[in-house]
Design a protein around this ligand. Structure first.
Ligand SMILES: *[C@@H]1O[C@H](CO)[C@@H](O)[C@H](O)[C@H]1NC(C)=O
Ligand SMILES: *[C@@H]1O[C@H](CO)[C@@H](O)[C@H](O)[C@H]1NC(C)=O
Ligand SMILES: *[C@@H]1O[C@H](CO)[C@@H](O)[C@H](O)[C@H]1NC(C)=O
Ligand SMILES: *[C@@H]1O[C@H](CO)[C@@H](O)[C@H](O)[C@H]1NC(C)=O
Ligand SMILES: *[C@@H]1O[C@H](CO)[C@@H](O)[C@H](O)[C@H]1NC(C)=O
Length: 412
């Protein structure tokens, strides 16, 4: 059971301070006394402006040689996921807390003031960076203050607009779940000097991130989990805090835009077997379907990166259906050819018979007519059987293909 370090500290400190009479609610100040206390406290903490406080030495907790820095990272929105560039753009709230013995005060003496805001450039701040960052910007107007808490904590809340590298696995696009890391580390301090820890545990992070999650866009936040690691610096290791963000795509848009239309084109292609006209109409109809799919493939091409390890299933789906329709066009051409051959023999023999009827009717010609008629009928029969067999095979292939694909794609 992971217990929040901050809460442990806080409880301990509150108990300690209460036992010394530093915390009580006995005194209630009036306005002028409060204003006076506020000024006194500023002076007491040496925040007057012309003091020579050092802002470069890291503060230490009494009895420790290192500085413990506690960090919380809340994801407030997923701005965009760039599939092609393999990047993730997020808005996060990062709260950094550390202990500074210079900011301890007895709130009892200062009108129950528990926290005050102080200029941030008067304080040492941990040099925390994000390892995966391509570009980090301040998400809102940068506050020029830090918050001081009477038991010696300095709290630095920041809203950051992050652009991080994330290896996206698009195999199951658009039914995919992505997991991206945001790694926090210090650049200059090794883990002998600076220890990074989480402020709250992951349940709290996930819950409050979900609560403050603002965009109801394509992505849904599933989980934030944290783990610790370390990275080798020049002379030793630095602590790393890894926030693993799991997000899930809402697939509806892509289903409507690509998967359903392609499927309907396939259905139309199958039903076009029952169009009862001559071959040319059928052929132009099928070619139109093929063109429509190639337009959808172009759209898909804009979304998916060209450098995925495995071909995404949606690519297999679209190109397989494209090929199926292509094959069915070839088959239509073949059947048309067979039919045309039969019809040609038939019409030729009819013409010959008509000519013969005009002159005389020798029995030898009638025999030949019968034979040619049979050959013509044979061609037409072959065409019909080919068509029938192909339809059965085609349907079978489609059913097998779609069920295998669906199993891999949607059901884990
Ligand atoms: C405010 O409180 C102080 C002492 O706590 C007292 O001396 C002062 O007269 C009070 N002022 C007002 C306006 O009540
Ligand atoms: C701050 O300045 C005062 C004089 O202005 C000096 O006596 C004191 O030693 C200085 N403190 C530090 C930490 O430099
Ligand atoms: C993200 O962090 C986890 C540990 O929390 C690690 O197992 C995984 O490999 C990391 N992923 C990447 C892409 O670095
Ligand atoms: C987070 O929220 C879930 C459900 O809303 C709840 O069951 C869980 O206890 C919460 N976790 C924490 C740490 O607050
Ligand atoms: C979130 O991550 C934590 C820690 O890795 C894990 O225990 C938990 O099961 C995950 N929750 C969900 C909903 O995936």
């Amino acid at each position: 059971m992971e217990f929040s370090l901050f809460t442990t500290h806080l409880h301990w400190l509150l108990l300690f301070l209460a036992s010394r009479g530093w915390v009580s609610d006995a005194q209630i100040c009036n306005a002028s006394a409060f204003a006076n206390s506020y000024e006194q406290l500023y002076k007491y903490l040496g925040l007057g402006g012309n003091d020579n406080r050092t802002t470069y030495m890291r503060p230490m907790f009494p009895g420790q040689t290192y500085t413990r820095v506690l960090v919380d990272l809340y994801v407030t929105s997923i701005v965009e996921v760039f599939e092609k560039e393999q990047r993730l753009s997020t808005q996060v709230k990062m709260i950094t807390v550390w202990f500074d013995s210079n900011v301890l005060w007895n709130s009892y003496k200062f009108c129950q003031i528990l926290t005050i805001a102080a200029p941030r450039n008067l304080f040492w701040r941990p040099d925390i960076v994000i390892a995966e960052s391509v570009k980090t910007e301040i998400g809102t107007v940068e506050s020029s203050y830090v918050q001081l808490v009477f038991f010696g904590y300095v709290v630095l809340p920041e809203v950051l607009s992050l652009n991080t590298v994330c290896k996206l696995n698009l195999y199951r696009f658009p039914f995919d779940t992505q997991s991206c890391n945001i790694t926090i580390q210090s650049v200059a301090y090794s883990n002998v000097d600076l220890k990074l820890e989480t402020l709250h545990d992951t349940g709290v992070l996930t819950n409050s991130s979900k609560q403050s999650f603002q965009s109801q866009g394509e992505w849904e936040l599933l989980n934030i989990s944290t783990s610790k690691s370390k990275v080798f610096l020049m002379f030793g290791y630095a602590d790393q805090l890894i926030y693993q963000i799991t997000i899930k795509r809402r697939p509806l848009l892509h289903v409507i835009n690509i998967i359903l239309p392609v499927f309907f084109f396939l259905v139309l292609d199958v039903t076009s077997y029952f169009i009862d006209t001559d071959g040319a109409d059928k052929l132009s109809f099928k070619v139109t379907l093929l063109l429509a799919i190639s337009v959808l493939l172009l759209i898909l091409n804009d979304t998916l990166p060209s450098t995925t390890y495995e071909l995404p299933l949606i690519g297999i789906y679209c190109s397989a259906i494209f090929s199926l329709i292509g094959i069915s066009i070839l088959e239509t051409i073949l059947v048309n050819f067979l039919r045309a051959k039969g019809a040609k023999i038939l019409s030729a023999s009819a013409a010959v018979t008509g000519q013969d009827d005009g002159v005389s009717g020798p029995p030898v010609d009638q025999d030949r007519d019968q034979k040619e008629f049979q050959i013509a009928m044979w061609w037409i029969k072959v065409a019909r059987i080919t068509d029938m067999m192909f339809l059965i095979l085609y349907l079978l292939t489609i059913v097998v293909f779609l069920s295998v694909l669906g199993k891999v794609w949607y059901i884990h």
